[in-house]
Ligand binder design. Structure first.
Ligand SMILES: Cc1cc2nc3c(=O)[nH]c(=O)nc-3n(C[C@H](O)[C@H](O)[C@H](O)COP(=O)(O)OP(=O)(O)OC[C@H]3O[C@@H](n4cnc5c(N)ncnc54)[C@H](O)[C@@H]3O)c2cc1C
Length: 437
C-alpha cells in the first residue's frame, strides 16, 4: 500500500482520490480552499435550497466521463438535462442562436452567409481531423471559410471575449472541439454542482481517503530517501511515495523547483487567462424571452470600446427555476481577462458597480431596488490558451521528478477545459500512478 498525496480537491483531484483509494492506497488530499470542488464549487445563501456555482457551469450530453462517474456513484437520477435557450445580442436585440435552424433564421446575416455558416458548422461537427486544424489560427480559418460577415458578427466577438488581446493566436482545434463535442441540452445536478462535488468527496472518503480543507501546500521536494515531501503552509513537512498535483502549470513550477529541462520550459510557456464574474440576486426576471445564456459583443480587446464591459450575461434562473433559490432571480455577468488586467486589481464593489450599471439595458422595467444582493468571484487560472500546433506544448502527466504527477486543465487539449475532462485526466493520472507500482 503506497502513501499518496493529492494537491487540490477540484474535480481532477477528487476523481483521482476516488480511484486511488479504491485500489487500497493510503490517500490524502490537501485543499487550500474552504470546500471541495475547485472552480466548479458552489455557494448557498441562507434562503436557498440549492447551491449556485461560483462560475456558471453546466454539462453537455456528450460529457461521457462525467456521466459515467455519476453512474458509478449511483447519482445519475439527480442529473437534469433541460434545453435552455442561448442567444446573441445585436444592437439592442436578442436573437436565439443555438441550433442549425436558429442560425438559418438569423436576420442580421445575409441568407447566403447563413447557409455557408451552416455548412461549415456541419463539417466541424463531423470531422475528427483536429491535428490538421491546429496548424491554423481560428481567426484566419473562420474568416476564410465562414466569410467576413459571420466571422465579424459572431466568432470574432467570441474569440475576443474569451482571449482578449490574444484572440488572433488561438488555434482552430480549440474552436473545433467546442463545436464537435457540445450539445444544446445542458445538464446540472439537483442541488447544484457543489452537491455533486460533495457526493464525489464522500465517496472518496468512504473508500478511505482523507481530505484536509484550509490546507495549502507551499513546496514539493524529492528527498534523498526516495520519498516526496510536501511543505504544508504554516504547518509540517510530510512525506509520500507519490504525489499528484492538480494546480496551475505556473504554480507547479514554483512549488517544485526540481522540475527542470524541457518539462519546466513547457510549464513556463503554457498561457491562460483568468475569469471574473459578478453574480446578482434580483427580485424579478431580467431576460423575459427566457434566454439562459446571452453572448454579448466584444468587438475590441479594449473593453472601453465595447458596448458592454463584460462578455456573457447568464440568467441562471432561466435554466433552473427560482424556487430553488428562495424565489431569487440569479444572473451572472462574466468576463475573461489576464490577471494583470484592472478587473483583478480594482475593489470588488467597484467591479460590481461597473457591471451592474448595464442591467437596465436588458430589461427596460429594471429598477435598482430589484437588486437583493451581489457577489464577485475572480479566478486567476480559468481558461488555457491553445496556440498554433499546441499538441506539442502539452507536458505529460508524469513529471521528470520520479513519483510526482500533474493533471490539470492545461493538459486536456484538444478539448476545452471542463469538469468532464477533469474527471478523465484525474482518473488517467490515477491509472498511471497505479501502473507504476
Ligand atoms: C468561468 C468558468 C466557467 C466554466 N464553465 C464550465 C462548464 O460550464 N462546464 C464544465 O464542465 N466546466 C466548466 N468550467 C471548467 C471547470 O470548472 C474546470 O475544468 C474544472 O473544474 C477543473 O478542475 P480541476 O480539478 O482540474 O482544477 P481546479 O478546479 O482548479 O482544482 C484545483 C484545486 O487545487 C486547489 N489548490 C491550488 N493550489 C493549491 C495549493 N498550493 N495547495 C492546496 N490546494 C491547492 C484549488 O483551490 C482547487 O480547489 C468552467 C470554468 C470557469 C473558470
Amino acid at each position: 500500500m503506497a502513501d499518496i498525496a493529492i494537491i487540490g480537491a477540484g474535480v481532477a483531484g477528487l476523481s483521482a482520490a476516488y480511484d486511488l483509494a479504491g485500489s487500497g492506497h493510503n490517500v490524502t488530499v490537501y485543499e487550500v480552499g474552504d470546500k471541495v470542488g475547485g472552480l466548479a464549487a458552489g455557494f448557498k445563501d441562507p434562503d436557498w435550497d440549492w447551491t449556485l456555482e461560483k462560475f456558471y457551469h453546466h454539462w453537455f450530453a456528450s460529457d461521457k466521463d462525467l456521466l459515467a462517474l455519476a453512474e458509478e456513484l449511483k447519482v445519475s437520477h439527480r442529473i437534469l438535462f433541460p434545453r435552455p435557450k442561448t442567444s446573441i445580442w445585436d444592437n439592442g436585440n436578442i436573437y436565439q442562436l443555438d441550433s442549425a435552424k436558429s442560425a438559418l433564421l438569423l436576420p442580421t446575416v445575409p441568407i447566403t452567409a447563413r447557409f455557408r455558416f451552416g455548412a461549415v458548422m456541419a463539417f466541424l461537427r463531423v470531422t475528427r481531423q483536429w491535428r490538421r486544424l491546429e496548424k491554423y489560427t481560428a481567426h484566419e480559418w473562420l474568416e476564410k471559410y465562414m466569410g467576413k460577415t459571420v466571422y465579424n458578427k459572431i466568432w470574432k466577438p467570441l474569440l475576443i471575449g474569451k482571449f482578449g488581446k490574444f484572440y488572433e493566436e488561438v488555434n482552430m482545434a480549440w474552436f473545433w472541439a467546442r463545436v464537435y463535442s457540445r450539445t444544446p441540452r445542458l445538464g446540472t445536478f439537483r442541488g447544484g454542482f457543489q452537491a455533486f462535488m460533495d457526493v464525489l468527496a464522500n465517496a472518496a472518503t468512504k473508500r478511505g481517503a482523507t481530505i484536509y480543507l484550509h490546507t495549502g501546500i507551499g513546496g514539493i521536494r524529492k528527498e534523498e530517501n526516495g520519498k516526496i515531501s510536501l511543505q504544508i503552509i504554516d504547518g509540517d513537512k510530510v512525506e509520500y511515495d507519490m504525489v499528484l498535483s492538480t494546480t496551475s502549470p505556473h504554480l507547479l513550477r514554483k512549488l517544485a523547483p526540481q522540475i527542470n529541462g524541457e518539462y519546466a520550459e513547457k510549464l513556463e510557456n503554457l498561457r491562460h487567462t483568468g475569469a471574473v464574474v459578478v453574480i446578482v440576486a434580483l427580485k424579478e426576471q431580467m431576460l423575459e424571452d427566457g434566454t439562459y445564456w446571452l453572448n454579448l459583443p466584444a468587438n475590441s480587446p479594449d473593453k472601453s470600446e465595447n458596448e458592454f464591459p463584460y462578455v456573457a450575461f447568464v440568467e441562471h434562473t432561466n435554466y433552473m427555476e427560482p424556487k430553488h433559490y428562495g424565489g431569487n432571480h440569479l444572473v451572472y455577468m462574466g468576463d475573461y481577462v489576464p490577471t494583470d488586467h484592472e478587473y483583478f486589481q480594482i475593489d470588488v464593489d467597484e467591479l460590481a458597480e461597473r457591471f451592474m450599471a448595464t442591467l437596465p439595458k436588458f430589461n427596460p422595467k429594471f429598477k435598482k431596488d430589484w437588486i437583493i444582493k451581489h457577489w464577485v468571484v475572480r479566478a486567476p487560472y480559468a481558461q488555457p490558451l491553445p496556440t498554433l500546433n499546441h499538441s506539442a506544448n502539452i507536458p505529460d502527466i508524469k513529471t521528470p521528478v520520479d513519483g510526482l504527477y500533474w493533471a490539470s486543465m492545461s493538459q486536456v487539449y484538444p478539448w476545452d477545459r471542463g469538469t468532464n475532462y477533469a474527471v478523465e485526466i484525474g482518473r488517467r493520472a490515477a491509472k498511471l500512478m497505479l501502473e507504476s507500482q
